[in-house]
Design a protein around this ligand. Structure first.
Ligand SMILES: *Cc1c(COP(=O)(O)O)cnc(C)c1O
Length: 368
């Protein structure tokens, strides 16, 4: 069976480097907000160009919440986001005290539709949270053209898009602030939970640094109420190893995606335009008989997954937000049809061929 995702080849490949990094932390005996965290924050900021500040936090959900809180978004504020995202995007908006408002997606890319953002504006709108879904950058120029005149905060959810680019510029640097997850399966993943916030605003970065550490400015001096959302030295030591290899991993993901695309043609989401640096967190097909195709693939030894089978507005937990069936039709149609193929560092060429053969042989038409 080819699993949908397998982290063991990655661990095996870097085992010696990672063992050395972890040993360095153990020998130092400093485990929280120590030198590895400082070094990782500096390296992760520099990866995004000069003038950026990075703040490592406990996970991606906290990164979104703290970014919103750091920017002063809170109770009564409406925050526009996409229903086609991981639920944590929405958890975090509510944890900040704000009200999530869903704007439908562009059916071609599955990213949030700028026109739908415009249609969702109210006098209470304070922020927009575009998600670079599957590793494909959202349409940031169009989103900024709406957000800037309206005075809205733009928070990029980069949890699936470490290093993706648009016109040569890396995502996370288009808006005011950005949030990343280092959940193990993300393009840059720790061996546990982790996350980070990126911003070029030094004052906002300082505030978020306090908020993640009980609001503490200096030891036992608390300027405002914060939370505990720190990242530790063992995880950041591991992240430093993997950040150095991220460009290679992105190249490998693109090679696998290219092979899928050349075999599976127009089943795939459309190829990104030349100025888009898609990082393929996921390789996604669309098919009207998605569930049957998924079963066919499993019967032929190929794992797969669905991102996401239900858009957030239709999840039972969010029923009280009162978006019914049919309220966001493009997201609902995509949720019925999308299918994610195996894609991880170390997936062999033979495995890629097996996946393609399984999809192409689907009786319902594997390359319609
Ligand atoms: C993974 C993910 C998150 C949340 O990250 P955690 O580290 O699991 O809290 C948020 N948004 C998106 C789009 C994600 O894929």
């Amino acid at each position: 069976m080819i699993p949908f995702n397998d982290l063991r080849p990655l661990v095996t490949k870097y085992r010696a480097e990672i063992d050395a990094a972890v040993a360095r932390v153990l020998d130092r005996g400093w485990f929280i907000l120590g030198p590895e965290v400082d070094a990782f924050e500096a390296e992760f900021a520099a990866f995004h160009g000069s003038g950026q500040h990075a703040i490592a936090v406990a996970n991606g959900t906290d990164a979104i919440e703290l970014a919103l809180r750091g920017a002063g978004i809170g109770p009564g504020d409406e925050v526009i986001t996409t229903p086609m995202t991981a639920v944590p995007t929405v958890c975090a908006i509510e944890r900040a005290g704000a009200i999530p408002v869903f704007a439908d997606i562009d059916p071609l890319t599955c990213n949030i539709s700028p026109a739908a953002i415009r249609a969702s504006l109210t006098p209470r709108t304070r922020a927009v949270v575009p998600v670079h879904l599957y590793g494909r950058p959202a349409d940031m120029p169009a989103i900024l053209a709406i957000a800037r005149p309206a005075g809205l905060l733009v928070l990029e959810d980069c949890a699936q898009a470490h290093g993706a680019t648009l016109g040569g510029r890396v995502v996370g640097t288009f808006g005011d602030i950005a949030a990343f997850s280092f959940y193990p399966t993300k393009n840059l993943g720790a061996f546990g939970d982790g996350g980070a916030i990126l911003t070029s605003d030094a004052a906002m970065a300082d505030r978020i640094r306090r908020l993640r550490n009980y609001g503490q400015a200096k030891q036992y001096q608390h300027l405002e109420r914060g939370i505990n959302s720190r990242l530790d030295d063992i995880q950041t030591a591991i992240l430093r190893v993997l950040l150095a290899h991220l460009p290679d991993h992105t190249a490998e993901r693109r090679r696998i995606a290219g092979a899928y695309r050349s075999h599976l043609g127009n089943c795939c989401l459309p190829e990104p335009a030349a100025d888009i640096g898609h990082v393929y967190h996921l390789f996604v097909l669309r098919h009207p008989q998605r569930d049957a195709m998924r079963k066919w693939m499993a019967d032929h030894g190929v794992g797969s997954s669905v991102h996401y089978p239900l858009p957030v507005h239709l999840q039972p937990a969010y029923a009280d937000l009162s978006y019914g069936h049919g309220s966001l039709p493009a997201a609902e149609a995509a949720a019925r049809e999308v299918l994610s193929l195996p894609l991880s560092v170390g997936l062999s060429a033979a495995d890629v061929e097996t996946v393609c053969a399984a999809v192409a042989s689907f009786p319902g038409g594997g390359s319609r």
